[in-house]
Design a protein around this ligand. Structure first.
Ligand SMILES: C[S@@+](CC[C@H](N)C(=O)[O-])C[C@H]1O[C@@H](n2cnc3c(N)ncnc32)[C@H](O)[C@@H]1O
Length: 148
């Protein structure tokens, strides 16, 4: 239904959990290299439980390569703490791409700057950021909820 993109993910259980979310929502998981782990990682499969092999996973050498392979009209939303536009203000459409940054560094500043209008945030207080898999669950299920 949707496309979840993880740019250079580092922690296997996060990717495993997000794979499970994608399976549960009939979404595709795109992983942009370099990955901080092997796709054979035991922790990755444990977090995705028995389901990992059923997840629709696509691997990309770069975000530019992913974009070049998509239709020109697809929409990309960049999840960051550095935006003021709340994720629930967006009217999501099936096929949208939800893009998340790496655990330690977030999304590259250059990507945020060149996609300023499509940056969205999960409003919060008291912490610098949420766990990657938690952030993905919040936004992906809001996008799914809007289709019901
Ligand atoms: C652990 S966070 C990255 C933290 C990093 N130090 C930073 O400041 O961006 C990993 C990813 O989860 C997503 N994320 C976490 N909290 C978020 C929030 N409140 N709003 C939007 N995205 C969030 C973003 O995509 C982020 O790149």
């Amino acid at each position: 239904m949707f496309n979840v993109v993880l740019i250079e993910p580092e922690i296997p259980p996060n990717t495993g959990n997000i794979g499970r979310l994608c399976l549960a929502t009939r979404s595709t998981l795109h992983l942009v290299k370099p990955l901080g782990f092997s796709l054979e990682d035991r922790q990755l499969k444990r977090a995705g439980l028995d389901y990992w092999d059923e997840v629709d996973v696509r691997l990309w050498d770069s975000f530019a390569q992913l974009q070049a392979s998509q239709k020109p009209k697809v929409r990309y939303f960049f999840l960051t703490t550095k935006s003021r536009r709340a994720y629930y203000e967006v009217k999501f459409q099936p096929g949208d791409f939800l893009i998340f940054g790496r655990e330690t560094k977030g999304l590259p500043e250059s990507l945020l700057a060149s996609n300023f209008d499509n940056c969205i945030t999960i409003p919060m207080h008291g912490t610098r950021s949420l766990n990657l898999a938690t952030a993905a669950a919040i936004v992906l299920f809001e996008a799914v909820r809007q289709q019901m």
